[in-house]
Design a binder for this molecule. Structure first.
Ligand SMILES: Nc1ncnc2c1ncn2[C@@H]1O[C@H](COP(=O)(O)OP(=O)(O)OP(=O)(O)O)[C@@H](O)[C@H]1O
Ligand SMILES: [Mg+2]
Length: 331
């Protein structure tokens, strides 16, 4: 409980989070023993190929999963309280006010038959705000924060462009100045220029208002510019975690290196894109040892056993190349 009062205690501590989808063929473990700490005001980027479990992980943190998905193990401590064991009532008191979520598809998250202003109002009233004046003022403020003209409080979602809808979702996420905002590809529907300007806005707001962000994206150049720390996911697991700069300069996991090689450097010299041959494993029946081994150019005998997160030069990496005895030999 006291962690909210300790300066610099993590706002979010995820431990052993495991999420399974029940399917006719058996359980699909889409998030497997996932750990993450997020400090106040920190910007954490999460990257990984499509289907590796990024959205499922975010939904698991925010307690937004619905059947056939369920959390089969782990805890999600937010400001010292476990969200997994909270009642629906406690959760709805926390969501939006202290922790808010911007989904992968803003169109699905906004109610199509309700004006924007009414959706903001309903959310604020649900959290006990009674003053129409305060609601109006705050709604205007958050729209202005994300660069939308407040006349659009009277608009329905379909009357807004895709980019405006995404910004409207971000505005809604900021109605209460939360401690943590979870974002799932909030800029993915935008063209590159609009994407950049929205990212710059998100970053400015984050620095001004001081909330922490967990941000999922496919775009390595976005995380390289905006995140403090980077989590790389592969086949339902975190395979590398470290300060963004250190991971970019010295990736500790061969998969991270492959991801970086697959993206063109914006400022660096032009190099051919190599990508990563092969495809991720089926999560119904993943390899017993390192899940990346079948695609890995460095595969060796230890890879038949699952690697823990080892200390690598700039990060923690789940790769046996960093097992102390192996790292010693290669030094
Ligand atoms: N309803 C479902 N039933 C069964 N399996 C599912 C279901 N939804 C997702 N999955 C499985 O969970 C895995 C993770 O899906 P998730 O949507 O979390 O991936 P993601 O990393 O967010 O992908 P993307 O980058 O495409 O958004 C997928 O590989 C998929 O096989
Ligand atoms: Mg997703």
């Amino acid at each position: 409980m006291a962690s909210a009062l300790v300066p610099d205690a993590p706002v979010l501590e995820v431990r052993g989070l495991t999420v399974e989808y029940e399917t006719a063929a058996g359980p699909v473990r889409a998030v497997d023993d996932f750990d993450l700490d997020v400090l106040p005001g920190e910007f954490v980027g999460v990257v990984g190929e499509s289907g590796c479990g990024k959205s499922t992980m975010l939904f698991g943190i925010a307690q937004l999963l619905s059947p056939p998905a369920r959390i089969s193990a782990g805890s999600v401590s937010f400001r010292g309280r476990d969200l997994v064991t909270m009642t629906a009532k406690e959760l709805s008191a926390t969501r939006w006010r202290d922790l808010s979520v911007v989904m992968q598809s803003a169109m699905n998250a906004l109610n199509p038959v309700t004006q924007l202003g009414k959706q903001f109002e309903d959310t604020m009233r649900a959290h006990g705000e009674r003053s129409g004046e305060v609601i109006q003022q705050r709604s205007v403020e958050v729209l202005q924060l994300v660069g939308i003209d407040p006349v659009h409080l009277k608009s329905y979602p379909h009357q807004l462009s895709g980019g405006m809808r995404q910004r409207a979702m971000i505005a809604m996420a900021l109605l209460f100045t939360p401690d943590l905002v979870i974002m799932d590809e909030p800029t993915s529907a935008l063209d590159v220029v609009a994407q950049r300007s929205l990212m710059v806005q998100i970053k400015e707001l984050q620095q001004r208002l001081g909330f922490a962000v967990v941000f999922v994206t496919h775009d390595m150049s976005l995380v390289s510019h905006f995140s403090d720390r980077l989590v790389v996911m592969y086949a339902a697991q975190a395979v590398e975690i470290g300060p963004t700069r250190a991971v970019f300069d010295n990736p500790g996991h061969p998969y991270t290196r492959g991801l970086l090689d697959a993206f063109p450097s914006i400022r660096g010299p032009r190099v051919p894109l190599t990508g990563i041959p092969g495809s991720p494993p089926n999560l119904l029946n993943p390899p017993v040892g390192c899940r990346f081994a079948p695609r890995c150019p460095h595969r060796f005998e230890l890879c038949d056993a699952p690697p823990p997160l080892y200390e690598a030069p700039g990060s923690l990496a789940a790769c046996h190349l960093h097992a102390p005895a192996v790292a010693e030999v290669s030094r």
